[in-house]
Design a protein around this ligand. Sequence first.
Ligand code: ADP
Ligand code: MG
Length: 261
Amino acid sequence: MTQIFAVTNQKGGVGKTTTCINLAASLVATKRKVLLVDMDPQGHATLGSGVDKKSLQHSLYDVLLAEVAASAAVLKTDPAGYDLLPANVDLAGAEIALIDQPQRERRLSQALASLEAQYDFILIDCPPSLNLLTLNALTAARGVLVPVQCEFYALEGLASLMETLERVALSVNPGLQITGILRTMYDPRNSLTKDVSAQLIAHFDQRVLGTVIPRNIRLAEAPSYGVPVLSYDPKSKGSLAYLALAGELLRKSAAAAPAVN
Ligand code: ADP
Ligand code: MG
């Protein structure tokens, strides 16, 4: 069955988009077929995949409003090798446009149903808020990946995120699972990083993924070339970490992940 992951955290700048692009590319490197869905009106996943967000023929906005079939909006990325459902600032209007539509939280789920069979993995890059776009992602997903930067305020937003996940699991998506909390921009020389990491493990136990993504300048540089780090600097620490994450998720996909409730 296709693994569908929402990569979410309502905090911005924690590594959601970086994780989506580089995990997608790493899964492709293991010969998996991958679709990346850009669910953020900022279009960073689109840009970082080497696609010009200003000249899209169709975008996720058109798909969510059922103006075009999802397959018509999907693009191939090169050299990364995953498929992309791109987005741009138009997507910011989706919440208003869908406001009086029935089942407006199921639009993405319905759109992906026709595509799902073509892919082993679908990754959904969420915006930094708990809005209708994120709700669509959580309704379409089977698992949730939560990138967390190990800094002082990291734990603050997690409680409300977990409440949201529970609400979604109790209402629209009973199968939803927390696949894992991913520690990003990890700096082992920083004692605060280690403290917050220990707190995450104390709170969330085996839901914290074993793979840690280090702070690595190559990961920050690659998007300006429109490629994943695996294409830009395959031997970098960032590349190796995201390959390890792909490996961990592939192993985990065989075993059952802990349920949201
Ligand atoms: P989000 O999608 O959660 O807003 P991003 O993935 O865009 O976060 O990351 C925020 C910023 O941090 C970006 O400039 C990105 O290049 C940088 N970044 C992300 N992960 C790392 C990392 N592991 N090491 C160094 N820089 C990173
Ligand atoms: Mg982002």
